[in-house]
Design a protein around this ligand. Structure first.
Ligand code: SF4
Length: 345
């Protein structure tokens, strides 16, 4: 189903590019700390940043944050139509609310009118931990309850003429997340905010987030992603970009292909691969570079790269433009980096 396009302060959701989101971890009312963290997130490649708005001071702080940051700000509000309105009046580029907990029909209408008056979108949707009991009773726990609950939230705003809606159905269970988004994508044409909620921390959280987000992206599902980690939010942004790159949805980076090494490797392949990764980190160029452990399989496995090296005990093979050149092991790393710098210049 073709997606509608929703504009979040100049960032289009539902278009060709998948926007990366994250959320600040400092108090929104601490304007300097919020601005500093949002700038770090933007520098890491975050397209949209969400801030928590639990009270009036936080809502008002948005007016001081917005002019000082280079990315759109989303206000995350629960249980208060008044705070939602205040956040919009303070310049938030989008609201994240649950219309089911705003207080009632009158409050939903108030927020809907405010969204329309300010021409800003809203994200609604369900989380596995907070599905309304009525949906759990009707559908039981699982993807269906998430989807129906999210669609019901959207209907509450649709009724009041709100069209710019973004939907999410986040679960902390990977299979449930994938099933829910796949189903939701068929049932509506709103842009989808994709993520595995409360993925945790450490390596497992990275794998869990990737396991949930990547299969959806590969099916063309997802217009904005948030990797949710118990960590520095900059890490969320870095991980989101790595997922987009691994899925072939972001091309402007230098991919370093390297082998795991095995008993055939006779030079410092892993060390060299690490030095190459460090050199190309953050470089926005579409290149593939290979660092392979041996000349037996390396050249074949590195075929198709812009530059490659396969190491040996006395000599290495440097591969470029379809040509393989033997270079003494002593000179190989220097020559490899010389050519790499040429490619990057
Ligand atoms: S390229 Fe060579 S060293 Fe690396 S894993 Fe393959 S066979 Fe082993």
């Amino acid at each position: 189903m073709g997606r509608k396009t929703v504009n979040v302060g100049g960032v289009l959701l539902g278009g060709r590019k998948i926007a990366v989101q994250s959320m600040t971890t400092v108090r929104t009312s601490d304007v300097d700390a919020s601005v500093a963290q949002i700038i770090r997130l933007a520098e890491a490649g975050c397209d949209i940043v969400r801030v928590a708005v639990p009270n009036e001071e936080d809502a008002r702080a948005i007016s001081k944050i917005v002019p000082r940051v280079p990315v759109p700000i989303v206000a995350d509000i629960h249980f208060s139509a008044r705070l939602a309105v205040l956040a919009a009046e303070s310049g938030a580029h989008k609201l994240r609310v649950n219309p089911g907990n705003l207080g009632g029909e009158k409050e939903v209408a108030l927020v809907a009118d405010c969204l329309k008056a300010h021409h800003i979108p809203v994200r609604v949707g369900s989380n596995s931990g907070s599905i309304a009991p009525a949906f759990l009773q009707k559908y039981g726990r699982g993807a269906e309850a998430l989807v129906e609950s999210a669609l019901a939230q959207a209907r509450l705003f649709e009724k009041h003429g709100v069209e710019d809606i973004v939907l999410s159905v986040k679960s902390s269970d990977v299979r449930e997340t994938v099933e829910a988004y796949a189903s939701l994508a068929k049932k509506c044409d709103y842009p989808l905010h994709v993520g595995v909620t409360e993925a945790g921390g450490g390596e497992y959280a990275l794998v869990k987030s990737t396991a949930g987000i990547a299969p959806l992206l590969l099916k063309g599902i997802g217009d904005t992603i948030r990797v949710s980690l118990s960590d520095d939010p900059v890490r969320e942004v870095e991980t989101a970009h790595e997922i987009l790159r691994a899925c072939g949805l972001e091309k402007e980076f230098v991919e370093v292909v390297s082998c795991p090494t095995c008993g055939r490797c006779e030079y410092d392949c892993l060390g060299l691969a690490a030095r190459v990764r460090e050199r190309v980190k953050g470089v926005r160029r579409s290149l593939r570079v290979a660092v392979m452990g041996c000349v037996v399989n390396g050249p074949g496995e590195a075929a198709g790269c812009d530059l490659g090296i396969a190491g040996g005990k006395d000599a290495c093979v440097i591969m470029q433009n379809g040509k393989n050149e033997r270079v003494s092991s002593e000179d190989a790393e220097r020559e490899f980096f010389r050519r790499l710098e040429e490619l990057l210049s």
